[in-house]
Design a protein around this ligand. Structure first.
Ligand code: NOJ
Length: 710
């Protein structure tokens, strides 16, 4: 390969850039980027293709033009389903079911693979603590240990159990390395700044878990971390990722982020950016041309060696080889199988189960479940009659998704289901009096109301942060007015982040969130509303009272002046004078239609030596009248340590399903590794002394037991 061809292999452009590849016959977008026909013909990968037929044509065209006949790799963001859409990752996190997450990723991989995708820009495992950030929806939440488990489940789901050898396996790309979720003020792309301890202890573990699970690719992030943009951050990508963790797969930049090092003020120009990116061992440049334009000069000046380029190209070619692209450049791409599998009944059924398990019941003063014999329901709200897929819904189409109104109509063919928007779906739209009156009439005339409120799809996702994460004013007013005329009003929320519900939670007797549930959202909603399926979802991000509490997360550090209790009015402690410290709904929280009693836990020992373990046991009983699942969460705390420790940290969980009246003993093994943290000396170790431990249904409840590490 010539140097130019190697650099083209290290470059990635959208499919529309690569359509015409004859010399000097490039498309408009490619011309605008300054690419010539030879470069386009040798490009290594593309992003954003949609359908099998296009991929087949493009690959054939590419192979006809590329002098080296190296197949193109097709990459895409398949974040929560390809055509059949399951809930956003924040909702999948709320399922507390790694097996289900794995199954959903297998389904997404199959639909993507037959449609021509070989590499998926997922999982996103950025730790999230700030409800304002729009990309919370793409994460599984605020806990590093839990995110690590989810990261591994997703990587295995996409890549399969046989090292990419399965027909429908696709390579996974973990992102965004690193600490992208810590954007200051919750504003996307904003800078991040944190101590080594915070980085190692909270932000890095989930990326590491993906690497340990065998992820093939890592994407660097847009943000600067402690002053250095991650697109050219050698400490992160070269020292930690490659040298310390031993990652030898492909590193790709995020979209145009080489060039954005110039905007950051870290690179003088694109040539400087190219040098910084290659020194950070980044193999593929996405959507900019720094490598193609400047690498030759950098090599001639002796700033970069050709060996560095060869190593990067080899990593890319090795991935193509592992995927079997040289023998079969189309891999699983098939127009017939695309038609057969995308949106098939089996996939819809899995998406429905996922949407049911992801939903979290936040409040229920007895109005739920609705009776199977109900005669009339008014489905009101700006999201009553539309499908809700979410900002990253790939090939999913809203009109292929079941709305709440459609779901209820299918579930209750004899009942009268009426529908009214009540208000428009804008952020700042005023309440329209005629729309309101029509909704109120319907609410008065119906036995119950299902009020569908929340966020439009475009209020979360990339670039979509919010400064106020409450319901818009018109929706709040609609809620108060509807609940006033019909006390049997249930609020069904669609949201891509935790919402601040402090000012509306008393306005209606029941609230639940379905996040952005995907293709089968409305059918799942009907099953949950009618109690045909029990709620079992639990939050993985705290829901604040008020946006001013952000960032808010359960594993926060102790302070020197803790507030003595939630009701305390004591001054000169760490508090707000106008809002509780605690969230409205804590991490781990979620109600059910049945009741669970957690027995008092016991410990098998009160002290352990290094290398030993002990067992915590408790009995969990379903004391209600319906089968259901609860999530027993194991938390620890190190009360005296060489560094201040968080008030609680989750270390394990068990999802327990019990029939009415049934009970089960749950056991957790606690070992030394669970007590370790990243010390000021840069070591992971457990320090001797007392530890506290809880087994609880959320991060704010339970009774602590103690034991000692000798
Ligand atoms: C930008 C996003 O930050 C990233 O998550 C995504 O994978 C790329 N664009 C490609 O679409």
């Amino acid at each position: 390969m010539t140097l130019e061809q190697k650099l083209a292999q290290m470059s990635q452009y959208g499919t529309s850039y690569l359509m015409a590849t004859a010399k000097d016959d490039v498309t408009g977008p490619a011309r605008a980027l300054g690419l010539n026909g030879e470069q386009v013909a040798a490009v290594g990968s593309t992003l954003g293709s949609a359908q099998a037929a296009d991929v087949i044509a493009m690959q054939q065209n590419h192979l006809a033009n590329d002098p080296n006949k190296i197949p193109l790799l097709f990459m895409r963001d398949v974040i929560h389903g390809y055509r059949t859409i399951y809930p956003i990752p924040l909702g999948m996190g709320a399922t507390w079911d790694e097996g289900l997450v794995y199954d959903c990723c297998r389904m997404a991989a199959k639909e993507a693979a037959v449609s021509g995708i070989q590499v998926n820009f997922s999982p996103m495992v950025d730790l999230v603590r700030d409800c304002r950030w729009g990309r919370n929806m793409e994460s599984t939440g605020e806990d590093p240990w839990y995110n690590s488990r989810m990261a591994a489940a997703m990587v295995k789901g996409y890549q399969g159990d046989d090292d990419l050898q399965g027909k429908y396996d696709i390579a996974a790309c973990v992102k965004h390395f690193a600490a992208y979720g810590a954007a200051e003020s919750g504003r996307d792309y904003n800078t991040t700044d944190m101590s080594e301890h915070t980085l190692r202890e909270y932000y890095l573990p989930a990326y590491r878990a993906a690497v340990d699970a065998g992820v093939e690719m890592v994407m660097t992030s847009f943000n600067a971390l402690n002053g250095i943009p991650c697109a050219g951050n050698s400490r992160l990508a070269a020292d930690i990722l490659r040298n310390e963790w031993g990652f030898d797969g492909v590193v790709i930049s995020d979209w145009n982020s080489f060039h954005e090092m110039v905007n950051h003020g870290y690179a003088a120009n694109d040539r400087d950016a190219a040098e910084k990116a290659i020194q950070a061992v980044t193999d593929i440049e996405m959507m900019s041309t720094c490598y193609l334009r400047y690498m030759r000069a950098l090599i001639e000046e002796g700033k970069v060696s050709e060996e560095q380029i060869d190593q990067a190209v080899l990593r890319i070619l090795r991935l193509k080889e592992k995927l079997g692209m040289f023998e079969n450049p189309l891999r699983a791409t098939s127009v017939e199988e695309e038609a057969k599998y995308c949106l098939c009944e089996e996939h819809r059924a899995l998406a429905r189960r996922a949407a049911e398990q992801a939903a979290v019941l936040l409040k229920n003063d007895g109005v739920l479940p609705l009776s199977e014999n109900i005669g009339s329901i008014a489905v009101i709200g700006p999201f009553a009659a539309c499908g809700m897929n979410g900002w990253w819904s790939c090939q999913g189409k809203t009109d292929e998704s079941v709305s709440v109104a459609a779901g209820l109509r299918a579930a209750l063919p004899q009942a009268t289901i009426t529908v009214a928007a009540g208000c428009t779906d804008g952020l700042h739209d005023p309440l329209d009096p005629a729309m309101l009156e029509a909704a109120l009439d319907m609410a008065r005339a119906s036995e119950s109301v299902v009020l569908c409120l929340g966020e439009q799809e475009g209020w979360s996702g990339e670039g979509n942060s919010r400064a106020d994460v409450g319901l818009p004013a018109a929706q709040k007013e609609l809620l108060r007015r509807v609940a006033a005329v019909n006390p049997r009003t249930v609020v069904l929320l669609f949201n891509g982040r935790p919402l601040a519900l402090g000012d509306v939670i008393d306005a209606a007797p029941a609230f639940f969130t379905m996040w952005q549930p995907g293709t089968e959202g409305g059918s799942a909603a009907a099953n949950l509303l009618l109690g045909r399926v029990n709620f079992s979802g639990h939050l993985t991000m705290s829901f604040p009272y008020h946006v001013g509490q952000a960032p808010i997360y359960y594993n926060s550090m102790r302070t020197g002046r803790p507030k003595p209790g939630d009701d305390s009015t004591m001054g000169y402690v760490s508090r707000y004078v106008d809002c509780p410290n605690a969230p409205l709904f804590p991490f781990g929280y979620g109600l059910s239609y049945t009741d669970f009693t957690y027995g008092r836990p016991t410990l098998s020992a009160t002290q352990i030596k290094r290398g030993e373990s002990l067992t915590l046991s408790l009995t969990v009983k379903n004391t209600g009248k319906m089968a259901g699942s609860t999530v027993v969460q194991l938390y620890i705390h190190d009360p005296v340590a060489s560094l201040v420790r968080p008030v609680r940290e989750m270390r394990d969980y068990a999802r327990v399903t019990l029939g009415a009246g049934e009970e089960k003993e749950v056991q957790f093994k606690i070992d030394e590794a669970m007590l370790a943290f990243y010390t000021a000396e840069g070591r992971y170790e457990a320090e001797p002394g007392c530890f506290r431990v809880w087994a609880a249904p959320d991060a704010a409840s339970g009774e602590a037991l103690s034991f000692t590490l000798l």
